[in-house]
Design a protein around this ligand. Structure first.
Ligand code: NAD
Length: 493
């Protein structure tokens, strides 16, 4: 059939006999106003299903349910018990990987195989915290034989979690895993463009996690996100999204002095030194920038290439860009799907125009594919060469499949250009010289540095930003620190 017929059939299959309401206190509920909005399949721009358009009253209800859970049996669980429950939940979710992957693919426009890999990764993260969450030890502070001073790591209580649409379940798992393992209850606000998988994983927690431990409230940022960010009943807030939204969220949270973790955007540099294995470098950068149609917070969107290898790098990179199979996310051969929303499409094509206007050299892509794909929000993999670091396309996060290439002569120049950005989420290096790799890793202002590889976040490796890219760390044992607070107990014997 046509793409449209295939997607209508898949949407039917993915949504029949399922409801995608809010999940509060262990049940599926509508918004208190009964209003809904539709989430759209970006490959064919057809609505998938309606979800609740929640407001402050729904957030109140979810926060109250989470508080009740903390005051009830969940607040009494041991780390070992929570570990067992989280594992049981993951086991159940493993039986639904294909279903979750289809929902994620339809909602976001990801190739189905990528969506499946990401769902598996999300489960791996929760499973990781089911293990390391058991190691929440305090310290004993030596004073004298008559005094006993020790610390306890206690959960905050109610955690508010707000996530974006680019990796919906993976980014939710980065918050749910450590928050739940540490003993908190959570109110999760998924992005309005990708509400589906979060709803299903919450529904699939029924009977395993006590009611109210995990709540999902759908809605727009200003209507449902902001009331959650500013809620007096939220003890800890964890936000992933754009830096300007992060600013707003932090301001809102300031009213109640709620601590925040912020995972924000990036404009990450990738340095190609003259001794690099160019084939690997090209493959690594192309994988990083074009995966998920460029909608990755840590995408290596500024390539800085040494002048001696510039021409060869660009030739090979253009070839890699053009080898992408853009198409139906549900088709096996597709390596790149559409952008996730019309807003995203307009933003990305606006930057392509800006790059041309600023005098960057368009060496590949830039157009919207036609034919069968004309109805979806597709953009070709796009490559700009001759990009100065002060151009808009080099300074602002495009969040699309657009690579910008610049050259450098000396090491110092490379580091200077790389660090000349308000962001600091990630950076990459391609070199065969170990000393150079370590030196550059130290000199780059970024929360993650990848050498001869890029972008894969492992469960144990902390992830987060320097500068405008955020506050705090997710992943690794570090994340647990952000979902617990320290109590010091002083005892005189
Ligand atoms: P966004 O900031 O527009 O939205 C993120 C979430 O915040 C959504 O759920 C949205 O509804 C909500 N929101 C919007 N306004 C709000 C408000 N005033 N108060 C509370 N919540 C509000 O971001 P997006 O467009 O969904 O996602 C893309 C951005 O996320 C990019 O900048 C990207 O770099 C960033 N991101 C960062 C990471 C990371 O780990 N650092 C990971 C993925 C994405």
């Amino acid at each position: 059939g046509t793409i449209e017929e295939n997607h209508r059939e898949a949407i039917e299959r993915a949504t029949t006999d399922r409801s995608f309401g809010n999940w509060i206190d262990g049940e599926s509920v509508a918004a208190s106003t009964d209003e809904t909005f539709e989430t759209t399949d970006p490959a064919v721009t057809i609505p998938i299903t309606a979800v609740p358009r929640s407001g402050p009253a729904d957030v109140d209800r979810a926060v109250a349910a989470a508080r009740d859970a903390m005051d009830g049996e969940w607040g009494e669980t041991t780390a070992a018990e929570r570990s067992r429950l989280l594992r049981e939940w993951v086991d159940r979710l493993r039986d639904h990987v294909d279903e979750l992957a289809l929902l994620e693919s339809l909602d976001v426009g990801k190739p189905l195989a990528h969506a499946k890999g990401e769902i598996e990764k999300a489960l791996e993260f929760v499973e990781y915290y089911a293990s390391v969450g058991r190691g929440q030890e305090g310290v004993q502070v030596p004073v004298s034989n008559d005094s006993h001073v020790y610390t306890r790591r206690e959960p905050y209580g109610v955690v508010g979690a707000i996530v974006p649409w680019n990796f919906p379940l993976v980014l939710a798992s980065w918050k749910l895993g450590p928050a739940l393992a540490a003993g908190n209850a959570v109110v999760l606000k998924p992005a309005e463009d990708s509400p589906l998988t979060a709803t299903r994983v919450a529904q699939l927690s029924a009977g395993i996690l006590p009611d109210g431990v995990l709540n999902v409230v759908h809605g727009y940022g200003e209507e449902a996100g902001a009331p959650l960010a500013g809620h007096e009943g939220v003890d800890k807030l964890s936000f992933t999204g754009e830096d300007v939204t992060g600013e707003e969220v932090m301001r809102t949270a300031a009213d109640a002095i709620t601590p925040v973790t912020l995972e924000l955007g990036g404009k990450s540099p990738f340095l190609v030194f003259p001794d690099a294995d160019l084939e690997t470098a090209v493959e690594t950068v192309a994988g990083g920038i074009f995966y998920n149609t460029g909608q990755s917070c840590d995408a290596p969107s500024r390539v800085l290439v040494h002048e001696d290898v510039h021409d060869e790098f660009v030739d090979r990179f253009v070839e890699a860009a053009e080898s992408h199979v853009i198409g139906d996310p549900l088709a096996e051969e597709t390596t790149m799907g559409p952008l996730t929303s019309r807003a995203q499409y307009e933003k990305v094509t606006g930057y392509v125009d800006a790059g041309i206007d600023e005098g960057a050299t368009l060496v590949s892509g830039g157009d919207r594919p036609g034919g069968d794909l004309a109805d979806g929000w597709y953009v070709e993999p796009t490559v700009f060469d001759g990009v100065d670091n002060d151009m808009q396309v080099a300074r602002e996060e495009i969040f699309g499949p657009v690579e910008t290439i610049n050259t450098f002569g000396t090491y110092e120049e490379a580091i200077e250009i790389a660090n000349d950005t308000p962001y600091g989420l990630a950076a990459g290096i391609a070199t065969e010289t170990t000393d150079l790799a370590h030196r550059a890793a130290a000199d780059l202002e970024a929360g993650s540095v990848w050498v001869n590889t890029y972008g894969s976040t492992v469960t144990g490796g902390p992830f987060g930003g320097y500068k405008r890219s955020g506050i705090g760390r997710e992943c690794g044992k570090d994340a647990l620190e952000y979902y617990t607070r320290t109590k010091t107990v002083n005892l005189e014997l």
